[in-house]
Ligand binder design. Structure first.
Ligand code: GLU
Length: 423
């Protein structure tokens, strides 16, 4: 294995996700048997994947699929290709998916998967062989009624297309519902690509409303990360009339109080240039971006970027977590003490799995919706979830993070108690 984190228990991300779950469970007096069960995933599959490189050499990669809980419906969650993927990180993210789906009211469970690898280091054909062998090893683990993968960090529509095709070849017929986030032409959904970033902005609009504010040219937004989530946050902020003042990629970023143009950012990104070469404003590092003055900060890159070392220097009023797990437990505490409103990942970035749910329904029904319908339903679901989480946070006097967990965990636990223990 490529990483030191061999079991879920010695992985820091798993321990922090588990600690947050235990805290929410304590607050709602959750049945101890349920607590014990939910601390562990239902199933963790570890696969070694031999891949023939273009040079003829065969290299072995490690892949995972962790299924946390499926009491509400089939397991659901992304596939991550990143050098730091471990079984512990995958299990932590699988648990978050369980709470995320339950929180927003989807009839789905929680899972996550991935391969420890650098996807940018492969040729297209190497990436395809890796993906196809991985999928074929998982053929009895995934399926439209069982477990439905989706894109995550380092994977995209093309990877989903290869997964769908590999699974379908093994079954002998087309099974579009086995993955979501596919290209439109093979059963993908309008709006899936934009969904996560758009959902983040819908949640921001609701958070501004609680402060009697509306989004407009004076609303300043800083975005860390310009992958699928960050780029679509920028696009939606621009569409709704807000002002993106800072943006970054892993190579660096730019800060310009007068505002940045999406078309220029996209051009820089496409040309593989760092945002530091944007041409206006000040160059900032990825870390410095988090500390620029703004109304809304969107961490949409990797986990753990807001921590005890920088949380007291963050200057925004609202943090909307586009990434999964960008704030550590200490970071959370500091932001909370300072009165910063934090929209937690399982709420803020739930737009992705919400539109994945729409894609899955469309595939099962062979009936496809248009973009307006998708965005309207997305807005309805995320807005309702925001209102409910906000209400719980006010009533129970807890942070939005704890309120969101309380809501998700309660729903899962009620379903477990209703179904009972087999045998
Ligand atoms: N990977 C995304 C997430 O973390 C989407 C999951 C899905 O669509 O199933 O929420």
């Amino acid at each position: 294995m490529s990483n030191a984190c061999h079991t879920i228990w010695d992985c820091p991300i798993y321990r922090s996700v588990q600690a947050r779950f235990l805290e929410a469970s304590k607050r709602i007096g959750l049945d101890p048997n349920v607590v014990n069960r939910l601390q562990m995933p239902d199933r963790s599959v570890i696969i070694t994947i031999p891949v023939r490189m273009d040079s003829g050499e065969v290299r072995i990669y490690t892949g995972y699929r962790v299924q946390h809980n499926d009491v509400l419906g089939p397991f659901k969650g992304g596939m991550r290709y990143h050098p730091e993927v471990t079984v512990g990180e995958t299990a932590a993210l699988a648990m978050l998916m369980t709470w995320k789906s339950a929180l927003v009211g989807l009839p789905l469970g929680g899972a996550k998967g991935g391969i420890a690898c650098d996807p940018h280091a492969f040729s297209r054909s190497e990436l395809q062989r890796l993906t196809r062998r991985f999928t074929s090893e998982l053929v009895n683990v995934i399926g439209p009624e069982r477990d439905i993968p989706a894109p995550d960090m380092g994977t995209d529509e093309q990877v989903m297309a290869w997964m769908m095709d590999t699974y379908s070849q093994q079954k002998g017929y087309a099974v579009p519902g086995v993955v979501t986030g596919k290209p439109l032409v093979i059963g993908g959904s309008h709006g899936r690509r934009e969904a996560t970033g758009r959902g983040v902005v819908y949640a921001i609009v609701k958070a501004l409303e609680t402060m009697d504010l509306t989004i407009g040219p004076d609303t300043t937004v800083a975005i860390q990360g310009f992958g699928n989530v960050g780029a679509n946050v920028a696009a939606t902020v621009e569409e709704l009339g807000g002002r993106v003042v800072a943006a970054s990629t892993s190579q660096g970023g730019v800060y310009s109080p007068a505002g940045l143009k999406l078309s220029e950012l996209e051009r820089c990104y496409r040309e593989g240039r760092s945002f530091e070469d944007y041409g206006e404003g000040d160059a900032v590092s990825n870390e410095e971006l988090l500390e620029v003055p703004c109304d809304v900060l969107v961490p949409a890159a990797v986990a753990g970027t807001i921590h005890k070392g920088n949380a007291d220097r963050i200057q925004c009023r609202i943090v909307a977590e586009g990434a999964n797990g960008p704030t550590t437990i200490e970071g959370d505490r500091i932001l909370n003490d300072r009165g910063v409103v934090l929209i937690p990942d399982i709420l803020a970035n739930s737009g992705g799995v919400i539109v994945s749910y729409f894609e899955w329904i469309q595939d099962l029904q062979n009936f496809f919706w248009d973009m307006d319908e998708i965005f309207m339903q997305l807005k309805r679901i995320i807005t309702r979830a925001f209102d409910e989480v906000y209400r719980v946070s006010q009533e129970e006097k807890v942070s939005m993070r704890t309120a969101a967990l309380i809501k998700g965990v309660r729903k899962v636990s009620e379903a477990m108690l209703a179904r009972g223990l087999y045998p």
